[in-house]
Design a protein around this ligand. Structure first.
Ligand code: HEC
Ligand code: HEC
Ligand code: HEC
Ligand code: HEC
Ligand code: HEC
Ligand code: HEC
Ligand code: HEC
Ligand code: HEC
Ligand code: HEC
Length: 392
C-alpha cells in the first residue's frame, strides 16, 4: 500500500500540477488571446489620471486582441502614430476622457457579443463633448433605422474613427478643409457602395474623383450630414429644384464651366415647373405628377447633356424620359414643341421670340396710341370750349 503510494504519488502530483497550470493558462488566454507577451507598463500613481502612454503600453502592441462570443476577433490595437497625429490627441483629449470607466488594468467587465455591439455601446461617449452633432443625429434616417432594429445604420464611429480622426474643419475659420471634402463620398461608400459607383461616373462625381474639383456636390450637399432625411418623400422631391439651383444659378461657379444659369427660371416659367413651384410653396408635402430636375437629368447618374450615350440634349435619350409620364408619345418631334431651358431668341425658337417681340411692340404701341388719342382729344375739347366762352 505505502509502496503503491510512493510509486504513484510523484507522477500523480506531477500530473495534477500540469493540469492546474493548464487550467490557469486557459483561464488567462480565454480572457486575453494575445496578452501573453504583455509587459505590464508602470502603474500610474494612485490618484493621477492615467496617461495615454500607460494605456498604449499594452494597446500599442499590434497583436493584442480578444475573441467575442460570436467568434469575431476584436483587435485591441490602437496605432500610436495615427493616434498621435489625430485631432483628439492634438486637442489634449486623452484615452480616459472618452473611456471614462477605465483607469487601470484589469478593466471593468465589458460585455459585447459582436463587433457591431462594441460600436453601438461605445459611440455614445461622443455625446459628452459634441452635443450639437449628437442631437442632430437623433433626427436622422440612420438613427431611425437603428431604432427600428437595423444595426448596420451609421453611428458616429462609422464615419469618424475616434483614434485616428484628423481635423475636418479649419480651426480658425470653421470651414470644411478641402481634403476632408474630397473624402466624403468614400465615407458613405462603406455602406452605400452601389450609389457611390454610380455617382463616381456621373458628371459631378467624375469631376470630384478624377479632377479633384470641389465645386461639384458631394453626397452631403444634397443630403446633409448629421441630420440626413428620407430622400424619397414628396417634400424632398418638391425641394429638388432649389437644391440644384443653389449652385446652378450661381454665375461665379457656372461661368467657369460655360453652363447656363437660366436653368431654374426657365424651369419655373415652364408649364411643368410652374406647378411644382406653386406646390412647394402652398403644400410642400403633396406629391406632384410633374417632373422635377432629377426626372429628366437623373439623380446619382447625372451626365453632361451632350454626352452621346446618356445626354438628354440628344433627342432619343430625352424622349425616353418624357415617355415615363407621356407614355403615348412615340415621335421625337414631341420634344420639339417644348422650349427646354432656352429663353426664346432669333436662333432658338425664333417663332416664339418674334411673337413675344411683336407683342412687346404691339402692346405699348396700342396703349401709347390710346393715351395719345385721349390727351390730344382732351386738349382739342379744352381749346374748343375756350373758343365757345369767348364768342358766347
Ligand atoms: C496591462 C495591459 C493593459 C493596459 C495598461 C490597458 N489595457 Fe485596455 N485592455 C487590455 C486587455 C488585455 C483588454 C481585453 C479585455 C480585458 O481583458 O479586459 C483590454 C480591453 C480594453 C478595451 C476594450 C473594452 C473592454 O473592456 O474589453 C478598452 C476600451 C481599453 N482596454 C481601454 C484602455 C484604456 C483607456 C487604458 C488606459 C487607461 C487601458 N485600456 C490600459 C490590456 C490593457
Ligand atoms: C474621442 C474618444 C476616444 C478616445 C480619445 C479614445 N477612444 Fe478608444 N474608443 C472610443 C470609441 C467610441 C470606441 C468604439 C469604437 C468602435 O466603434 O469600434 C473605442 C474603442 C476602443 C477599443 C476597442 C477596440 C476598437 O478599436 O474598437 C480600445 C482597445 C480602445 N478604444 C482603446 C483606446 C486607447 C488606448 C486610447 C488612447 C490611446 C483611446 N482608446 C482613445 C473612443 C475613444
Ligand atoms: C472629452 C471630449 C471629447 C470627446 C468625448 C469626443 N471628442 Fe471629438 N473632439 C474634441 C475636441 C476638443 C475636438 C477639437 C474641436 C475643435 O478644435 O474644434 C474634437 C474634434 C473632433 C472632430 C474633428 C472636428 C473638426 O472640426 O475638425 C471630430 C470629427 C470628432 N471630434 C469626432 C468625435 C467622435 C466621433 C467622438 C466619439 C467617438 C468624439 N469626437 C468624442 C473632444 C472630444
Ligand atoms: C454618415 C456619416 C456621419 C455620421 C454618422 C456622423 N458624422 Fe460627423 N461628419 C461627417 C462628415 C462627412 C463631416 C464633414 C462635413 C461637414 O463638416 O460639413 C462631419 C463633421 C463632423 C464634425 C466637425 C464639425 C461639423 O459639424 O462639421 C464633428 C465634430 C462631427 N462630425 C462629429 C460627429 C459625431 C459626434 C457624430 C455622432 C453623433 C457624427 N459626427 C456622426 C459624417 C458623419
Ligand atoms: C455604417 C454604414 C453606413 C454609412 C457609413 C452610411 N450609411 Fe446611410 N444608411 C445606412 C443604412 C443601414 C441605412 C438604412 C437603409 C434602409 O433603411 O433601407 C441608411 C440610409 C440612408 C439614407 C436613406 C435611404 C432611404 O431609402 O430612405 C440616406 C439618404 C443615406 N443613408 C445617406 C448616407 C450618406 C450621405 C452617408 C455618408 C455621409 C451615409 N449614408 C453613410 C448605412 C450607412
Ligand atoms: C446632386 C444631388 C445628390 C448627390 C450628389 C447625391 N444624392 Fe443621393 N439622392 C438625391 C436625390 C434627389 C435622391 C432621391 C431620389 C428619388 O427620388 O428616389 C437621392 C436618394 C438617395 C438614397 C435613397 C434612395 C436610393 O437610391 O437608394 C440614398 C441612400 C442616397 N441618395 C445616398 C447618396 C450617397 C451615398 C451619395 C454620395 C455617393 C449621394 N446620395 C449623392 C440627390 C443626391
Ligand atoms: C422636362 C425635362 C427637364 C427638366 C424638368 C429640367 N431639365 Fe435641365 N435640361 C433638359 C434638357 C433637355 C437639357 C438640354 C438642353 C439642350 O442643350 O438642348 C437640359 C439642360 C440642362 C443643363 C445644361 C445647361 C447648359 O448650359 O449646358 C443644366 C445645368 C440643367 N439642365 C439643369 C437643370 C435643373 C437645375 C433643373 C431643375 C431646376 C432642370 N435642369 C430641369 C431637360 C430638363
Ligand atoms: C454643389 C454645387 C452643385 C449642385 C448642388 C448641383 N450641381 Fe450640377 N454641376 C455643378 C458643377 C460645378 C458642374 C460642372 C462640372 C464639370 O463640368 O466639371 C455641374 C454639372 C451639371 C450638369 C452637366 C451640364 C453639362 O455640362 O452638360 C448637369 C446636367 C447638372 N449639373 C445637373 C444638376 C442637377 C439636376 C442638380 C440637382 C439634383 C445639380 N446639378 C446639383 C455643381 C452643382
Ligand atoms: C414626371 C412626369 C413628367 C415627365 C417626365 C414629363 N412630363 Fe410633360 N407633363 C406632365 C404632366 C403631369 C403634365 C400636365 C398634363 C395635363 O395637365 O394634362 C405635362 C404636360 C406637358 C405638356 C403640355 C401639353 C399637355 O399635354 O398638356 C407638354 C408639351 C409636355 N408635358 C412635354 C413634355 C416633354 C417634352 C417631356 C420630356 C422632356 C415631358 N413633358 C416630361 C408630366 C411629365
Amino acid at each position: 500500500m505505502t509502496k503503491w503510494f510512493s510509486n504513484h504519488l510523484k507522477p500523480i502530483s506531477f500530473l495534477i500540477g500540469i493540469c492546474l497550470i493548464l487550467v490557469a493558462a486557459a483561464a488567462l488566454t480565454s480572457r486575453v488571446d494575445a496578452a501573453r507577451s504583455l509587459q505590464p507598463p508602470v502603474e500610474p500613481a494612485a490618484q493621477a489620471k492615467p496617461s495615454n502612454d500607460y494605456c498604449l503600453g499594452c494597446h500599442g502592441q499590434s497583436t493584442l486582441s480578444k475573441t467575442l462570443s460570436s467568434g469575431e476577433i476584436l483587435s485591441l490595437y490602437i496605432d500610436p502614430s495615427l493616434f498621435h497625429a489625430g485631432v483628439h490627441n492634438q486637442e489634449d483629449v486623452a484615452c480616459v476622457d472618452c473611456h471614462t470607466n477605465i483607469s487601470r488594468f484589469p478593466h471593468p467587465d465589458f460585455k459585447a457579443d459582436t463587433l457591431r455591439d462594441v460600436s453601438i455601446q461605445l459611440y455614445t461617449s461622443c455625446q459628452n463633448c459634441h452635443a450639437e452633432q449628437y442631437n442632430k443625429v437623433l433626427d436622422s434616417v440612420h438613427q431611425k433605422a437603428l431604432a427600428g432594429g437595423n444595426f448596420n445604420a451609421a453611428v458616429c464611429t462609422d464615419c469618424h474613427n475616434p483614434h485616428q480622426q484628423t481635423r475636418i474643419t479649419d480651426k480658425q475659420t470653421g470651414e470644411l478643409l478641402p481634403e476632408a471634402r474630397f473624402r466624403i463620398p468614400q465615407t458613405c461608400a462603406r455602406c452605400h457602395n452601389a450609389i457611390y459607383e454610380t455617382y463616381k461616373s456621373s458628371v459631378h462625381g467624375a469631376a470630384l474623383t478624377m479632377q479633384g474639383n470641389l465645386d461639384v456636390p458631394t453626397c452631403i450637399d444634397c443630403h446633409g450630414v448629421h441630420n440626413i432625411q428620407d430622400p424619397t418623400t414628396a417634400r424632398f422631391r418638391n425641394d429638388t429644384p432649389q437644391l440644384c439651383a443653389k449652385c446652378h444659378t450661381n454665375a461665379e461657379i457656372m461661368n467657369k464651366y460655360g453652363i447656363s444659369t437660366q436653368v431654374l427660371n426657365t424651369y419655373v416659367s415652364d408649364f411643368h415647373g410652374t406647378t411644382v413651384t406653386l406646390f412647394e410653396q402652398v403644400s410642400p408635402d403633396t406629391p406632384t405628377n410633374k417632373p422635377v430636375c432629377t426626372d429628366c437629368h437623373g439623380v446619382h447618374n447625372i451626365s453632361k447633356v451632350d454626352d452621346p450615350a446618356t445626354g438628354i440634349a440628344i433627342k432619343e435619350n430625352l424622349l425616353g424620359k418624357c415617355q415615363r409620364c407621356h407614355p403615348n408619345v412615340t415621335t421625337e418631334n414631341f420634344t420639339d414643341a417644348w422650349m427646354s431651358h432656352y429663353v426664346a431668341s432669333p436662333t432658338h425658337f425664333p417663332l416664339v421670340y418674334y411673337v413675344n417681340l411683336f407683342y412687346k411692340i404691339l402692346i405699348p404701341a396700342v396703349i401709347g396710341g390710346m393715351l395719345l388719342f385721349v390727351v390730344t382729344d382732351f386738349i382739342r375739347r379744352m381749346i374748343e370750349a375756350r373758343k365757345g366762352t369767348r364768342h358766347g
